[in-house]
Design a protein around this ligand. Structure first.
Ligand SMILES: CSC[C@H]1O[C@H](OP(=O)(O)O)[C@H](O)[C@@H]1O
Length: 366
């Protein structure tokens, strides 16, 4: 049975409450955009693609029973609700990109006299619901492309890879299969995975609580390490490659990802280990020229000073708790997208073409 962070069927949405994993598997009903906003902001659901999908589906849940006066009211409701959801978490770009795509569709439909209100509502709902399947399909493409590149590396002894990953990029961060964890799954499915190491990923512990949960669930040969053990791991183990996810990739290839990613990239460079970012186009933001323009979410001190609500840090100490950091393109070997492995330096040109093609395909569907 595959792990499902998101369960959706014709206007009924449930999310797996990731704050309770790995000890409890509890699904929560999402009955409104407000429920969706709270689930994203509290990190009951997290991961760049999953944030966008749950956000958009929470709008679909509201739209299903709603009777709109006219197409303009529907367009206004869509735009207002999606713009609210973008604010739930600032760094991952997927919700912003999904908002732009869905509100652009709503605008085009609102002013197309050949489309009536019910047809407009159906097309918007269809566009939102398509996100689920597309995400899984994109992740499987990313998995195959990334696994193929790693297997071809000179240091992949007898085609058997030893991978390090950070944070959670699997079925719990997406609609299924995962991005960086999708690459790991693809290596396993083709019998090319010798071992995977995952970091605990303090302070929110996505690695220890979520990635370890997925790896054990899939019975993959894996080991959990402290974030502080990464340099020693690369010093003592023959790591074939590092594969991480992305919350937002800038036009020049600089990448925002979970805090700790940058230091892993520096260590990988020092040890000559290829460092890949697995990112669907839905996480690439060409409107941001480089990493210093990506907003970095800062979270509460309590995430650092407490573990399971028990204080572990001295009262009175101040904290700095950025949830993400920026890995410069110069430290990234390749960006694995559903359309292929991209050199960070060619990202802007290639992705611009892919996004133009995607837009042309969407227009034909209207
Ligand atoms: C497949 S995107 C996963 C990406 O999102 C995570 O952040 P968070 O758990 O705070 O949503 C982390 O940066 C992962 O790489």
């Amino acid at each position: 049975m595959t792990l499902q962070a998101i369960k959706y069927n014709k206007g009924k949405l449930e999310i797996l409450d990731q704050l309770l994993l790995p000890t409890q598997s509890v699904y929560r009903d999402i009955l409104s955009v407000e429920d969706g906003w709270k689930a994203i902001n509290s990190m009951q659901v997290r991961g760049a693609p999953a944030i966008a999908i749950v956000g958009a589906l929470s709008l679909a849940v509201e739209m299903y029973p709603k009777i709109y006066e006219d197409k303009q009211e529907l367009e206004k409701d869509v735009e207002e609700k999606l713009n609210r959801l973008v604010k739930a978490r600032p760094t991952a770009v997927n919700m912003k990109i999904a908002t732009h795509q869905i509100t652009s569709l709503a605008k085009e439909l609102a002013y197309n006299d050949l489309i009536n209100l019910e047809e407009m509502k159906a097309k918007i709902l269809g566009s939102i619901e398509e996100m689920l399947e597309k995400d899984v399909s994109d992740n499987k493409s990313i998995g195959l492309i990334g696994a193929d590149a790693i297997i071809k590396q000179k240091n992949c002894n007898n085609g058997s890879a030893r991978i390090l990953t950070h944070c959670n990029t699997g079925s719990l961060a997406t609609a299924g299969y995962g991005t960086a964890l999708g690459v790991i799954r693809a290596l396993h499915e083709s019998n090319h995975l010798e071992h995977v190491y995952c970091t605990e990923t303090r302070p929110y512990m996505q690695g220890a609580r979520l990635t370890a949960y997925e790896l054990v669930h899939d019975r993959l040969p894996s080991t959990l390490v402290c974030d502080s053990a990464v340099a020693a791991l690369l010093q003592h183990e023959q790591i074939t490659a590092v594969v991480v996810g992305a919350d937002r990739v800038a036009a020049n290839g600089d990448t925002a990802n979970k805090i700790g990613t940058y230091q892993i990239a520096v260590v990988a460079k020092h040890h000559g280990v290829p460092f890949y970012v697995a990112s669907p186009l839905s996480s690439v933001d060409l409107s941001i020229p480089s990493g210093e323009h990506i907003p970095i979410e800062e979270r509460s001190d309590k995430e650092i000073t407490h573990v399971l609500d028990k204080r572990i840090a001295a009262p009175g100490i101040s904290c700095w708790n950025p949830a993400f950091d920026i890995t410069p393109a110069s430290l990234i070997t390749g960006i694995i997208t559903e359309h292929g492995m991209l050199d960070p330096l060619e990202l802007e040109e290639k992705v611009s073409k892919f996004k133009c093609l995607q837009k042309e395909i969407e227009i034909t569907k209207i």
